[in-house]
Design a protein around this ligand. Structure first.
Ligand code: SF4
Length: 170
């Protein structure tokens, strides 16, 4: 089924699964976000749950990871770039096969960050940049936002904007 065949009153949304409360993070925790859950519960939204690090097959729990010099490294120094890329490719392929036009992704993550990520020093410092999987979605034409954008706009306004842009893209 193509995007054009979807009813214009619905948006197919790729969502970082940790924001929905699934314990898929590196530390076996989650990051449930009330605004994202409200958005996902709207009947005009079709959610495709997304977690490239789960799809990578890396063990949980594990040390945190950050991007450094074009690679992804654990805090221990282990290079996990290949696993991150494999997981990202799997999940992006699945999101595109499901015809997602929009995504709400976990801010600052080395996989899901949209415009800002931690800088590789493991000091909580941010720099401009995209998560590995978020960049793949963006480059494939998916409109990517973070949970911070949904919180700022409010779930209803964010949905209205997404529906409008999904319709104009048809
Ligand atoms: S890879 Fe993305 S969806 Fe999965 S736990 Fe990390 S931030 Fe959440």
């Amino acid at each position: 089924m193509t995007v054009a065949e979807h009813p214009p009153s619905r948006v197919r949304l790729c969502v970082s699964d940790c924001l929905l409360g699934t314990p898929c993070r590196y530390d076996a925790g989650s990051k449930p976000n009330a605004a994202v859950r409200e958005l996902a519960a709207n009947p005009e939204v079709e959610v495709v749950r997304f977690c490239p690090e789960r799809a990578s097959g890396l063990p949980i729990p594990r040390p945190p990871a950050e991007q450094r010099d074009g690679r992804v490294v654990l805090e221990t120094g282990e290079d996990v770039t290949d696993a991150f890329v494999v997981g990202a490719e799997r999940e992006v392929r699945r999101a595109l096969a499901a015809d997602c036009t929009h995504a709400v992704l976990k801010a600052k993550s080395p996989s899901c960050g949209t415009g800002r990520v931690y800088d590789g020093t493991f000091t909580g410092t941010l720099r401009d940049g995209w998560g590995v999987a978020a960049a793949m979605l963006r480059d494939a034409g998916v409109a990517c936002a973070s949970e911070e954008t949904v919180e700022t706009a409010g779930a209803a306004a964010f949905l209205a904007q997404s529906l409008e842009s999904a319709s104009s893209a048809r």
